[in-house]
Design a protein around this ligand. Structure first.
Ligand SMILES: *Cc1c(COP(=O)(O)O)cnc(C)c1O
Length: 431
């Protein structure tokens, strides 16, 4: 029996987050104030985030300690397993070795709690009573609802309307943790009402939902905002994934030639890839590949320039690959990838040629998800199926070239609450 599982114990949970900014050799372009177009100071962000998270957002310190209270909760499911996909390798007939880090073992089924728990903790420390946020497919909303529940805080979630109806069980999951959910655009905010007036049938978008959550935040007392991706502190919190994976690859006696993750805002990709990029900056030969949906291809098609993070143009301007803050992506099932922009850090690395990107249509990704499920038994989240598609294509390329190759991808979540997407796929209803 060949070794498939590479498991760590509770003592192996990383004690620090890795901040890639320390190893970039130059400061990445700062966020700009939307009015003055000058770099944002900490005070500009203070109405929406607690100071501890703002400090992490602008930090250039290489390692940042993870608070004990956060580790205590992460230990409910971390370290996550790393597997070698031997049955998938055989099914493809490839000489490549395929490994995957499985983040779907968290209580809500994705990597998102890694940052949700940290963000809830720092807000609790700052005396915040309620967090407001947006969610697409509901993965982020579920993670933050769970985290707020752990720290005794209220949680309000603006859920992109198309997903609210596509994924009703994620809504129930959030409600079980005590959160309040509104389909966005909603009647709850001025901005939501404005959108509904202009287009009553608006499917919503992450950009619109972010605007609603921000409006709720700045018009309420003792409420802060939490974002599940894109920002530097979110990338930071996710780096426990890659730090664990490096130890696990060592246990496997292997090192990846290519590290792959799907990208919506960039956080699960960054979480896995940044600790390997640290090795790359030190001279190691490793390629980082970000995979996005062709229908919302910010990294491969978007412009690298300053843009707003939301539709109402309330956020600071971020230098990122973007399709424009007014872009409403089509209702593909990988709801977590339907964001117009990309993390500034991932964008910066892409611009410097240190991150590669590829875009895939939805159907070949579902084909890959089924190939994966048939051999490894796990139903992947539709978002993660993009990473699987790229991993399979890398493995098939190795086969065609008769070359050995080690591939590592992030299985960012399971698809057990996305079965309606599989139903549509199996019924031939997806284009
Ligand atoms: C949210 C989500 C994504 C996309 O977000 P990133 O910040 O790019 O990681 C990918 N996979 C899953 C399972 C998600 O829930």
């Amino acid at each position: 029996m060949e070794q498939r599982q590479f498991l760590l114990g509770q003592k192996d949970i990383p004690r620090q987050w890795y901040n890639i900014v320390a190893d970039l050799g130059e400061a990445p372009p700062p966020p700009l104030h939307p009015g003055t177009k000058q770099p944002c100071g900490p005070q500009d962000l203070a109405p929406i985030f607690p100071m501890s998270l703002i400090e992490q957002e602008v930090s250039a310190q290489r390692y940042i300690d993870i608070p004990e209270e956060v580790l205590d909760i992460l230990a409910l499911w971390r370290p996550t397993p790393l597997y070698r996909a031997i049955r998938l390798e055989k099914a493809l007939g490839t000489p490549a070795k395929i490994f995957y880090k499985y983040e779907g073992t968290s209580p809500v089924g994705s990597h998102k709690p890694n940052t949700a728990v940290a963000q809830a903790y720092y807000n609790k420390q700052a005396g915040v009573k309620r967090l407001a946020t947006e969610t697409g497919a509901g993965q982020w909303g579920s993670a933050l609802s769970m985290a707020c529940n752990f720290f005794g805080m209220e949680c309000t979630v603006y859920m992109v309307k198309v997903s609210y109806f596509q994924k009703p069980y994620r809504k129930s999951l959030m409600q079980t943790f005590g959160a309040t959910i509104y389909p966005s655009p909603s009647e709850k905010t001025q901005f939501g009402r404005k959108i509904l007036e202009q287009s009553p049938d608006s499917p919503g978008s992450l950009g619109i939902a972010i605007s609603e959550a921000l409006e709720d935040t700045v018009t309420s007392q003792n409420v802060k905002y939490a974002l599940g991706s894109v920002l530097n502190h979110v990338m930071l919190h996710q780096t426990i994934i890659g730090q664990e994976a490096k130890k696990q690859m060592e246990m496997a006696g292997a090192y990846p030639d290519v590290v792959i993750g799907c990208v919506g805002g960039g956080s699960n990709f960054a979480g896995l890839a940044f600790p390997f990029l640290q090795d790359k900056f030190a001279g190691k030969n490793v390629r980082a590949l970000a995979v996005e949906p062709a229908s919302c291809a910010s990294l491969t098609k978007g412009k690298y320039d300053y843009d707003f993070g939301d539709t109402a143009m309330m956020t600071p301007l971020l230098k990122m690959h973007s399709l424009g803050s007014g872009f409403i992506p089509p209702g593909i099932h990988a709801g977590g990838l339907r964001y117009h922009g990309m993390a500034p850090l991932v964008s910066f690395l892409k611009d410097r040629g240190q991150v590669d990107a590829v875009a895939y249509e939805q159907l070949p990704c579902f084909d890959a998800a089924l190939t994966f499920a048939h051999s490894e038994g796990i139903i992947p989240a539709p978002e993660s199926s993009h990473a699987i598609r790229a991993a399979i294509d890398e493995a098939l390329k190795a086969k065609a070239e008769g070359k050995e190759k080690t591939i590592l991808f992030n299985l960012s979540g399971n698809g057990m609450l996305d079965l309606s997407a599989y139903e549509d796929y199996l019924a031939g209803k997806l284009q």
